[in-house]
Design a protein around this ligand. Structure first.
Ligand code: SF4
Ligand code: SF4
Length: 351
């Protein structure tokens, strides 16, 4: 398993944005498979347009204590891009004035940003209704200074969404690194201990499953049942919901697909599983994604492809909701990952 990000390895996929070139050429360019824009044009959804902005998703940095095999952020300990307090101040200004009711913080391991706790406190003061933190769990056990995170999350009534690729040690460690499973279990038990994930608790704890190879996730409710049963029987762990998400063919997952010779087959699977009814609720229709340096994107995936919003407002410091909502969402073939099967977003199935 790699211990460095693609960026640190000077992998061509990220150094000269080869990813988009791959997604736009080959089996799509020669007509074997349809372009995403043509598929959604058939149902009158091209150009794809945003609806009402509901979620502000802020990526506070690409630094992470892990180097997971399929990371779409290409995060890792060698990534030094983290949001400054100045950019956080600009985000807070928007949080105070926007109509969005949900603040969704993501990374990297966002807790590694030295201003993370300050930002949470200030955002809570600004009156966010639903406050999501996407935690990788192991950070809670990575260093003593993070041990009190469950209490900190509780204090601000944060909705914790955590990656947990599988309820078995082997599958989890294969995708996320040796020892990740045991640390994740310990972190989940600690979240449970302060009240997270309990059946009647308002302290929401949800898990995210993503497949460990070049295949699509199974049925979300069946997976949730399996996870609940196994984690309860083996470790007495409880959680609320499981979100099953599809791996999008970008960053390290794209690198994995290319290196393993699975790219074309995987794109065939995504296109074959295309579900027109999932298009209406893809994440980009109600979310704006902000990068560590304040640029605006249609979603976290477009952020990683360097596709800034197609609007004259491109940076959080110039934020104007009305102008931003009047834009076309930038799509490419990675978007088939959001419309495969039951559909997939950062919140799991969308249909
Ligand atoms: S998938 Fe999450 S935990 Fe893993 S390297 Fe990426 S950001 Fe870090
Ligand atoms: S990848 Fe992003 S832009 Fe494409 S459909 Fe999904 S959320 Fe929308």
């Amino acid at each position: 398993m790699a211990t460095k990000s693609l960026k640190a390895r000077h992998n061509a996929l990220v150094t000269d944005n080869k990813q988009l070139e791959i997604l736009e050429s080959g089996i799509f360019e020669n007509g074997e498979l349809p372009y995403f824009k043509d598929k959604i044009a058939q149902i009158g959804q091209f150009p794809l347009r945003p609806k009402k902005l509901e979620i502000l998703q802020i990526n506070v940095g690409y630094m992470c204590n892990q180097v997971c095999e399929h990371c779409h952020v290409d995060a890792g300990p060698d990534r030094k891009e983290i949001m400054t307090r100045e950019t956080m101040e600009q985000c807070l200004e928007v949080i105070r004035n926007t109509g969005a009711h949900t603040l969704d913080l993501t990374g990297g391991a966002l807790e590694m940003n030295p201003n993370f706790r300050w930002f949470v406190e200030e955002a809570a003061r600004a009156g966010v209704q639903d406050f999501i933190v996407r935690s990788n769990l192991t950070i809670i056990r990575a260093n003593k200074k993070y041990y009190d995170l469950p209490e900190f999350f509780k204090k601000y009534n944060i909705h914790v969404i955590s990656s947990m690729p599988h309820y078995t040690r082997g599958k989890t460690d294969k995708q996320r690194g040796e020892g990740v499973f045991d640390k994740s279990i310990k972190a989940l038990q600690e979240l449970n201990a302060v009240g997270y994930g309990m059946p009647d608790s308002s302290l929401r704890l949800d898990l995210v499953y993503n497949p460990s190879g070049a295949f699509l996730p199974g049925d979300q409710s069946a997976l949730e049942r399996d996870f609940k049963k196994a984690l309860m029987e083996d470790f007495e762990i409880q959680f609320h919901n499981l979100f099953a998400i599809t791996n999008l063919p970008i960053a390290r997952f794209l690198d994995y697909l290319m290196a393993s010779g699975n790219y074309e087959d995987y794109m065939y699977s995504l296109v074959e599983a295309y579900n027109p009814s999932a298009v209406e609720n893809v994440m980009c229709t109600n979310t704006i994604s902000v990068s560590w340096d304040g640029w605006l994107y249609d979603c976290d995936f477009n952020q990683m492809l360097g596709l800034k919003v197609a609007s004259k407002i491109k940076h959080i410091k110039d934020y104007n909701e009305e102008v931003l909502t009047d834009r076309n969402i930038i799509v490419s073939q990675h978007c088939f990952g959001c419309t495969a099967g039951a559909g997939s977003s950062c919140q799991g199935s969308v249909t």
